[in-house]
Design a protein around this ligand. Structure first.
Ligand SMILES: [Zn+2]
Length: 277
């Protein structure tokens, strides 16, 4: 696996004992960055001589299984990172690490911290515990509390541009679904302020609707297999299978309509209404 240069530098800093307690990583590809960052963290915590494919040590194994107590990833639960999620992290990290040398956390999409969840993190950053390292990962530094930014070591991790639109579309699809399901009173504002404003081209709308389809389709599969939904979609836990199927039909119908000339404003509004089926 080839690691981004800037992330490689974090490893060197760690070897020299110069890795900061609190790191803010700005990237245009959060998922890729977090996955590479997990390698960095394995390298820091590995109890064996680390290699990228370390299969020998129990620590790396636990990290892969996401069951190492000393390594936590927080990501938005719905639209935001909630205070309970942060409290839970701080609570767990009060204990000194025993199995490994450090407690390490990642906050994925740190721009989704609210003032309620951001403040305890800020306090934690201002007064860090010994043996604790944090990585806040964001694609939007402007949305992070300036007091947090000023106390973090900043690293920029840029990946090739072409994926950016796709990732933006994926985020948008998730937010759109969240608003349809949970915040329907505000849906017309959401459409206006988050979608129409971007003046997307037709192929972007096709990508958006395909993404929305994929998300519901995966939820359908999980439901059919009686699997637990990802945390991100926990708000859909009680949705009925028949309902998901109806929604998939609506999405397919609207995807077809996108082949014709549509008034995108009316199109999105009526799509949202039909998705309330
Ligand atoms: Zn290992």
């Amino acid at each position: 696996m080839e690691l981004n240069n800037e992330l490689e530098k974090l490893l060197i800093k760690n070897k020299d004992n110069k890795l900061a307690h609190s790191n803010l990583i700005i990237t245009n590809n959060i998922d890729k960055c977090v996955s590479e960052l997990t390698y960095v963290i394995k390298n820091i915590l590995c109890s064996d001589t680390f290699s990228y494919e370390c299969q020998k040590c129990n620590i790396c194994h636990l990290i892969d299984e996401q069951s190492l107590m000393n390594f936590l990833i927080i990501e938005p639960d719905g639209m935001f990172i909630k205070k309970e999620q942060v409290d839970n992290l701080l609570d767990k990290f009060k204990l000194k690490p025993e199995l490994v040398s450090k407690n390490i956390y990642i906050i994925k999409n740190a721009e989704k911290l609210t003032k309620f969840s951001g403040n305890p993190i800020l306090k934690f950053i201002e007064d860090p515990l010994e043996n604790t390292i944090g990585f806040l990962v964001t694609n939007n530094i402007n949305a992070i509390l300036p007091t947090i930014v000023s106390r973090c070591q900043i690293t920029k991790v840029n990946y090739e541009e072409e994926q950016q639109t796709n990732l933006e579309i994926i985020d948008l699809a998730n937010d759109f679904i969240y608003n349809i399901e949970n915040n329907f009173d505000e849906i017309l504002f959401f459409i206006k302020d988050n979608i129409l404003i971007k003046e997307y081209a037709k192929q972007d709308y096709i990508a958006l609707f395909n993404e929305i389809f994929d998300i519901y389709y995966n939820i359908l599969l999980k439901k059919l297999n009686q699997q637990i939904l990802d945390d991100k979609y926990s708000y859909l836990t009680s949705i009925k299978i028949a309902k998901v199927k109806t929604k998939l039909k609506v999405i397919t119908d609207y995807l077809n309509r996108l082949n014709y000339n549509v008034d995108i404003n009316l199109f999105l509004d009526s799509f949202a209404y039909e998705m309330r089926c």
